[in-house]
Design a protein around this ligand. Structure first.
Ligand SMILES: Nc1ncnc2c1ncn2[C@@H]1O[C@H](COP(=O)(O)OP(=O)(O)OP(=O)(O)O)[C@@H](O)[C@H]1O
Length: 318
């Protein structure tokens, strides 16, 4: 295990930010800390980095007891949402900074910076100042700087949080490819479930200072431990007293054993999907059931607002 978190507790005054956190973060993998705002993700990351002290519990990094080590002795690379670059230094100088402090020979620094620039696809921007980069390029520079010291773990706190959706998506694909190349144990904080599902090998779901579930993206999506995880990892709708995913409901035109009759109250096309709101017969006061079908299915079934349909659950979820 690359990072072991044992019995970590952290209070801010009366407020319990983290409660008895126990985690094993596997070596060489990309692990997401996923959860809603205020759940404690950043606090945990900062405790692992040594930027915050826990009230109790211990942290081990690469087999070394790190609980009381200062941040600079933990050999971790850290990237924040808003990366504080040295404004007056070029991109190459920013990346070289940690190596110069460590007094590596000049030729060796140059060699390393060149290969890092290549890794993060910034070779042509080596001589620019940080202000002359886009937000996405700046975050790539931040990653190169964090990687320069060859950290045993890389900690990323919403590294793409301040960027627009399209750049976020590009950088997330890029991070996955980068990780496949360098394999450094990476722990990254996100509140975006799609980001976590797409990028990571493992996900730790944190809510209200507690770990709700740990698993691979598939495990969490297919076998959520509770309604919170189910609801946080994707859309849900209530169907016959339980939470299910809208695309796990099947729509029939005829009565089918086990299916329930209702009326299509609304139909919205979003890209290749059609989202239906179905009011079940005899439940006028209840919220409509949300169902997602493909455009092809909607067309084949000839679904129109006002039609009566029958809903059944395709797969048992929880
Ligand atoms: N220095 C502090 N003093 C007081 N309360 C704090 C401090 N740092 C964090 N908190 C509180 O601890 C809780 C957890 O904060 P944390 O930043 O870890 O959450 P998070 O899951 O990372 O959320 P976000 O995604 O919004 O950053 C929040 O309620 C926050 O207000």
């Amino acid at each position: 295990m690359s990072i072991t978190v044992s019995g970590i507790n952290k209070n801010f005054g009366d407020f319990v930010a983290l409660q008895d956190i126990n985690l094993e973060i596997p070596s060489g993998q990309l692990t997401a800390l996923l959860g809603p705002s205020g759940g404690g993700k950043s606090t945990l990351l900062r405790i692992i980095a040594g930027l915050e002290n826990a009230d109790s519990g211990s942290i081990t990094i690469s087999g070394q007891e790190a609980t009381h080590l200062p941040a600079q002795k933990r050999n971790v690379g850290f990237v924040f949402q808003h990366y504080a670059a040295f404004k007056h230094m070029s991109v190459a100088k920013n990346i070289a900074f940690g190596l110069e402090i460590r007094k590596l020979p000049k030729a060796r620094i140059k060699e390393k910076v060149d290969s890092l620039l290549e890794l993060v696809h910034l070779t042509q921007f080596a001589d620019r100042l940080p202000a002359q980069l886009s937000g996405g390029q700046r975050q790539r520079m931040a990653l190169a700087r964090a990687l320069a010291i060859e950290p045993s773990v890389l900690l990323l706190d919403e590294p793409f949080g301040a960027l627009d959706a399209k750049v976020r998506k590009e950088l997330r694909d890029w991070l996955r490819r980068l990780h496949d190349e360098v394999h450094v144990t990476t722990l990254f904080v996100t509140h975006d479930q799609e980001e976590a599902l797409e990028v990571s090998d493992n996900i730790v779901v944190i809510n209200q200072g507690r770990v709700e579930q740990v698993g691979t993206p598939d495990e969490l999506y297919d076998q959520p431990a509770n309604d919170f995880v189910l609801g946080f990892l994707g859309p849900v709708t209530e169907f016959q007293g339980r939470l299910v995913r809208p695309h796990d409901l099947e729509v029939f035109r005829q009565e089918v054993p086990g299916a329930v009759a209702g009326r299509i109250a609304r139909s919205t096309r979003v890209g290749f999907e059609v989202r239906l709101e179905v009011e079940l017969n005899g439940s006028a006061d209840a919220a409509p059931v949300n169902v997602v079908v493909t455009r092809g299915e909607a067309r084949a079934l000839g679904l129109t607002v006002g039609d009566t349909v029958f809903l059944g659950l395709q797969a048992v979820l929880v």
